[in-house]
Ligand binder design. Structure first.
Ligand code: PXP
Length: 243
């Protein structure tokens, strides 16, 4: 069964709506751990729109499970990651005007810059993952520049409108997983995964980790973070591929 990384950014989004001290994403991380999260994921954006430097520091000191930092390959953020040493850094594209991370990192286009960032982070002993679209040239380029893992963008699946589009997106992900493994990468998945759409994705063999944020934080409003995480873990277990 794939590991579950819980993205707590949107707890900080609610806090920042009032620029106050609650809800605290640090508490959310602790509650997520108590609900069975295998990892805590956060995105330190250049504009600090939700998670801030204090959050990143305190998460590093308090999270006992795998800590995954999503980040752009930007000098300031790379320097912070090198100092904090999260267990894993996931490189994502970042545009200030976007609502959330939209689509994957273009490793092919930004190859030299990405390769330098991967080398710097790996030199600090950090596992490095590329958030990319499930297309062959991006997967092959990710292996070539030295990533340990890829996180396949599941947005095309999540945004599909028809059963045919959805089934097609699942097959694209299946092929992406196979190619990722063939070129020696660990394969993760994330973006837009919810309690309602996770089943066919959880059933795909080969995903080692899912990073899920918005849906879990949304559910936590009604049932609490601990229970929201437990429910998602139950679904991952229920639909996990059986040998
Ligand atoms: N994985 C990555 C790399 C992301 O950037 C995000 C969004 O921050 C997620 C997973 C989580 O996506 P969602 O909030 O749609 O579950």
């Amino acid at each position: 069964m794939a590991l579950l990384g819980v993205n707590i950014d949107h707890v900080a989004t609610v806090r920042q709506a009032r620029r106050t001290d609650e809800p605290d994403p640090i508490w959310a991380a602790a509650e997520a751990e108590l609900g069975g999260a295998d990892g805590i994921t956060f995105h330190l954006r250049e504009d600090r729109r939700h998670i801030g430097d204090r959050d990143a520091e305190v998460l590093r000191r308090t999270v006992a499970v795998k800590l995954n930092m999503e980040m752009a390959a930007a000098d300031e953020i790379v320097a912070i990651a090198a100092r904090l040493k999260p267990d894993q850094c996931t490189l994502v594209p970042e545009r200030r005007e976007e609502l959330t991370t939209e689509g994957g990192l273009d490793v092919v286009r930004h190859r030299a810059r990405v390769a330098a960032t991967v080398a710097r982070l790996k030199n600090e002993g950090i596992v490095v993952s590329a958030f990319i679209e499930p297309v062959a040239d991006q997967i092959e380029a990710s292996a070539a520049v030295g990533f340990d893992a890829i996180e396949l963008w599941t947005g095309a699946y999540a945004h599909a409108r028809t059963p045919k589009q959805r089934a097609g997106a699942v097959e694209v992900l299946r092929a992406g997983i196979a190619l990722g493994h063939q070129v020696g990468l660990e394969v993760h998945g994330g973006h837009g995964l919810t309690y309602r759409n996770i089943a066919p994705i959880a059933a795909l063999p080969g995903f080692g980790e899912f990073n899920i944020g918005h849906s879990i934080v949304s559910r936590a409003i009604f049932v609490g973070m601990r229970e929201a995480v437990r429910e998602m873990k139950r679904l991952l277990d229920l639909y996990a591929p059986r040998p």
